[in-house]
Every structure is written in structure tokens, then in C-alpha cells.
Design a protein around this ligand. Structure first.
Ligand code: ZN
Length: 149
């Protein structure tokens, strides 16, 4: 039970209850839809770019607490970042939720580290990375829906 409590810690609960960046964007430059069939999570990511920078982002969808909170945290983390920085952040986030890391081996990901506990629940890793995969698809101009499978 301790692990689960850690997984659903306060920050995750807060972002699940009040996900950020839900407002539909006016004329987004990129959009992508993501689907995680293992859990049923769906997410839509809309991005407005300005000179290679993510000027504004919307991440909205339906799904479990982990996917909703992760999408909300992702949208906050990448807003104002360049496309390259967003890709690099995803690489580090993916390592955070999939690899065991030693004590004090903090990747310096700020609020995103709230999701580190997901790595002990392999079935939930796709919930935590869905929004990021969908962001990548939007930035790479991938057409149609992407899935985690
Ligand atoms: Zn899920």
C-alpha cells in the first residue's frame, strides 16, 4: 500500500483534479491524438509554435489519474521550451519512469519527478508517457492517432 500511496502523491492528485492547460488553442500549429489501449487513456495535444519555441500548449483528454496528471505536468514543463528541449526532456522523463535510479541520482526534472514511482508499476508507464509520445507526434507532424502499442 505504501507504494501506491507514493504513486498517487499529492502533486499527482492535484494535477488530476485540476489539470492545467485545458483551454482549446486558437489556431494551433500542430495537433496529435494519442491512445493507450492498455488502460483506455486518450489525449489530444495542441501546440502553437513561435520561432521554434512551444509558445502555447493544450493537453486534454480522458483517462486514469496517472495519464491526466502526467499530461498536465508535461504541458507545464514544455511551455516556453524549444522543440529540441522538449524532446530532450521526454528522453529524461522516459528514463525517470523506466529505469531504477539510485538515491541521490536525481535527474533534476522538478515536478515531473512526482511520477518517478510509476517505474515500479510497469503497466502504468504507458499511462505516464502517453502525453509525451503524443507531444512528440505533434512536433514531428505525425498524422492520425498514435498508440502506445
Ligand atoms: Zn492509464
Amino acid at each position: 500500500m505504501n507504494d501506491l500511496l507514493e504513486l498517487y502523491q499529492e502533486l499527482i492528485l492535484d494535477h488530476n483534479r485540476r489539470p492545467r492547460n485545458q483551454a482549446e488553442l486558437d489556431r494551433p500549429d500542430r495537433t496529435a491524438d494519442g491512445y493507450n489501449p492498455l488502460c483506455g487513456d486518450r489525449v489530444r495535444v495542441e501546440v502553437r509554435l513561435a520561432g521554434g519555441v512551444i509558445d502555447d500548449i493544450r493537453c486534454a483528454g480522458t483517462g486514469c489519474a496517472i495519464s491526466t496528471a502526467s499530461g498536465s505536468l508535461m504541458s507545464e514543463a514544455v511551455k516556453g521550451k524549444t522543440v529540441d528541449e522538449a524532446h530532450a526532456l521526454f528522453d529524461r522523463f522516459r528514463r525517470l519512469v523506466t529505469e531504477e535510479q539510485g538515491e541521490g541520482d536525481s535527474p533534476g526534472l522538478g515536478k515531473l519527478e512526482a511520477l518517478a514511482g510509476v517505474r515500479r508499476f510497469p503497466g502504468r508507464v504507458k499511462c505516464a508517457t502517453l502525453a509525451w509520445h503524443t507531444l512528440n507526434a505533434a512536433l514531428d507532424k505525425h498524422d492520425g492517432e498514435i498508440t502506445t502499442e
